[in-house]
Design a protein around this ligand. Structure first.
Ligand SMILES: *Cc1c(COP(=O)(O)O)cnc(C)c1O
Length: 369
């Protein structure tokens, strides 16, 4: 037996895209496959999500990786380019670049005026761009009051084709916040009848019907996790895509008071069995997951007992009498929602999914359509 394996259920990935289609019928979908498709495999996920209208990546390099794999669908680069050199790499690649800062407009201007005569011919394809408006996230985006000027500038550039306007919601995962409404109100006057529009991430798609206009941009829901604290993926009609599994490599009978692991962070409250599973923070399992974080041993719920090590975790086996060396241990996925593990570990499913290390083996299942 090997170490940890992440089984990727491609059927579930396809199902979750259908769910997006169901929620936003007729709307074009750009599937967020940045960060290695939230840890699920960039190219593998792209190949399964062929029904999407475009792929969304954060960085130019991620887009180039898709092109190197022979994938030709439109790619939206959500952070756009950040240097002249990077812009040059985007030429003729079929990217749609998000412009979120006036410095990018300056770079486009420079590129068009200086670089063009040297190495562009007349029929060279223009840079297709979207403009991103900061309606309250205060991370990236052009302020709403500057949007008109920025749009006008982009429209003047000879080698640039502005096709759309987008914004991103800061609090859409909090159903009780009215901040999303405020952001929508700020966005409305920026919308231009000649531009496509895009607002909705997963939380908007699931919870805010009026954000389902133009292009929708689902990420986390495709991978079968709920963006909300109060619902599970199943509640949202989603199926877990990744199941992270390993096995027990040792089982010990310990005595009441025995300390387990680094720092003795767990002391056995009674005579009991402790299992050792082959996974640790060196695989991307969160080191800060505390005692009590749920795992499944042979399909039954058990709990972490003691600190997470680099290569191993220790598990309270008091409820799992049949557990023995070789028993299956599920860290999250089918039967154990990643959201629940994330909450226990004080983080979000996004982080757990996208930070598995290269030591974890990936198995793709359900490849045939
Ligand atoms: C990552 C990303 C998304 C997807 O967000 P989810 O919360 O995973 O649905 C949408 N839009 C932008 C701009 C993003 O960067």
């Amino acid at each position: 037996m090997t170490g940890p394996v992440a089984r990727i259920n491609l059927e579930a990935l396809r199902h979750n895209l259908y769910r997006v289609r169901e929620l936003a019928p007729g709307r074009p979908v750009v599937v967020a496959i940045k960060a290695n498709a939230y840890g699920h495999g960039l190219v593998e996920s792209a190949q399964v999500l062929v029904d999407a209208d475009a792929y969304g990546v954060a960085r130019v390099e991620e887009g180039l990786q898709l092109r190197r794999a022979g994938i030709s669908k439109t790619i939206m680069v959500l952070e756009g380019f950040s240097s002249q050199a990077e812009l040059m790499l985007c030429q003729g690649r079929g990217f749609e670049l998000v412009i979120h800062d006036t410095s990018q407009i300056t770079q486009l201007e420079n590129y068009c005026s200086t670089a063009r005569p040297h190495h562009m011919t007349k029929d060279v394809s223009p840079f297709v761009v979207w403009i991103k408006i900061d309606t309250g996230m205060h991370r990236i985006g052009i302020p709403p009051e500057e949007s008109r000027e920025a749009i006008a500038k982009l429209r003047q550039l000879p080698n640039v084709k502005l096709v759309g306007i987008l914004t991103h919601m800061a609090n859409a995962d909090d159903r009780n916040s009215d901040y999303t409404q405020q952001q929508l109100q700020k966005f409305e006057p920026c919308i231009d009848p000649d531009l496509q529009v895009s607002i909705a991430n997963s939380a908007c798609l699931l919870n805010l019907p009026k954000s389902r206009v133009g292009w929708v941009r689902p990420g986390i829901m495709l991978y079968g996790a709920s963006p909300f604290k109060d619902t599970t993926a199943a509640d949202e009609g989603l199926q877990a895509v990744m199941t992270l599994r390993t096995h027990l490599i040792a089982v010990h009978e310990l005595k009441k008071g025995d300390a387990v692991g680094y720092g003795g962070a767990w002391r056995c409250p009674q005579d009991m069995k402790i299992g050792v599973a082959a996974i640790g923070y060196g695989d991307g399992y969160p080191r800060h997951a505390p005692n009590g974080t749920p795992v499944l041993v042979d399909g039954k719920r058990a709990a972490l007992a003691g600190r997470v090590s680099m290569d191993m975790i220790t598990i309270d086996l008091r409820n799992i009498s049949q557990a023995r060396v070789g028993s299956s241990v599920v860290l999250w996925g089918e039967g154990l929602p990643v959201e629940e593990v994330a909450t226990a570990a004080g983080t979000i499913s996004y982080e757990l999914l996208c930070r598995l290390t290269a030591r974890v083996k990936f198995r793709y299942e359900g490849k045939e359509q």
